[in-house]
Write a protein that binds this ligand. Structure first.
Ligand SMILES: [Zn+2]
Length: 341
């Protein structure tokens, strides 16, 4: 008998939670395999690297799952750690990929051929005060994800909030969840009171809520409103995209709502009576050591901007835009100060 790895956990109804390793502080992403009458539905297969191809081949072999047994691939959102291997699995298995229209558009915009997003993001970050010496790293870092989501899914089947989908012998209601990723999908089974929620609600860690150029103009507002709406669902068990499944759904929503209110308050304090860029606030909050970790810096700065935008839209901060000097590629720099209200 083959030895079974510890990275696979078995849940009710024969679900498999596969902890797909990640080279980031998140440690792993959860892929779920839901048993079908014949074969399996695969949710969020993970990042595309050579090591993870080897990983998956070993996992499927120890479970005696053949490529042809994967009948459907479902992606909660377009982030590389969830969507990256979808196209690879599609080619190996012949299964179709199901995802939202917005997730597909984002995947094409961020990692399609001739993408311009890495440049747009870097320029927007420079406008928000990103130190000049970090701009090349930021652009390269963002552009570097392309390999990890290639090949992309082809001819995906579009699924949307408000629709229903049958997976693992259960009919799921599809909800949308904004703030963490545009077009993020959440699956709710009202009979089993089970939620498959991707990164919308995570235990222990707060999902990254980041502002991006050309994306949601106020992602934190969308996220907080989304949490309020999700709170109404009667949930017995949550199957998240990271960490382990957990039952305390409403309690976790309360904690996340409180976390963001605290952080908003903290940012106001950090700005004090000064006029500061998002990058300055980010370094005050998270520390300058982030300069040596572009991945974490990108999340931290995007998260800081999302909070400053929320404070601005609540009338607590005012932004001013000043023309940048010649050393900057950007035409303007954005600063925030507290409003006098
Ligand atoms: Zn994500």
């Amino acid at each position: 008998m083959k030895e079974r790895s510890e990275v696979v956990a078995e849940w009710e109804n024969g679900w498999l939670q596969v902890k797909v390793p990640l080279p980031y502080s998140l440690k792993w992403v959860n892929a779920y395999l839901l048993p079908e009458e014949k074969g399996w539905t695969l949710i969020d297969p993970g990042l595309h690297t050579e090591q993870l191809e080897v990983f998956w081949i070993a996992i499927l072999s120890e479970r005696d799952i053949g490529w042809e047994d994967i009948q459907s691939i479902v992606v909660t959102h377009h982030h590389p750690d969830h969507y990256g291997l979808a196209g690879w699995f599609q080619r190996k298995t012949g299964a179709s990929v199901r995802m939202s229209r917005v997730a597909l558009n984002n995947a094409i915009r961020l990692w399609g051929e001739n993408e311009t997003f890495s440049g747009e993001l870097t320029e927007a970050f420079l406008g928000h005060g990103l130190a000049e010496e970090l701009k090349d790293d930021m652009r390269d870092h963002m552009g570097g994800f392309r390999d990890k989501v290639s090949p992309q899914a082809f001819d995906p089947l579009i699924i949307a909030p408000g629709e229903r989908i049958v997976m693992g012998g259960t009919e799921w209601e599809i909800y949308g969840g904004e703030g963490h990723a545009p077009g993020h999908l959440i699956f709710y089974d009202p009979v089993g009171r089970t939620l498959l929620c991707g990164d919308q609600v995570l235990p222990d860690i707060s999902p990254n809520i980041g502002w991006m150029p050309g994306g949601d103009p106020d992602p934190l507002d969308s996220f907080l409103k989304g949490l309020q709406a999700l709170r109404r669902l009667d949930v017995r068990m949550v199957y998240p995209g990271h960490r382990d499944p957990f039952p305390q759904f409403r309690q976790r929503i309360e904690e996340l709502l409180e976390h963001h209110e605290r952080r908003l308050k903290k940012m106001l304090e950090l700005i004090g009576d000064e006029e500061r860029s998002a990058f300055e606030v980010c370094e005050l909050l998270f520390g300058a050591r982030l300069r040596s970790n572009t991945h974490n810096l990108r999340f931290a700065l995007a998260e800081t901007i999302a909070h400053l935008v929320r404070l601005e839209n609540r009338g607590l901060l005012v932004r001013s835009e000043i023309a940048a000097d010649n050393t900057y590629r950007t035409t303007k720099r954005i600063l925030y100060r507290r409003s006098n209200v």
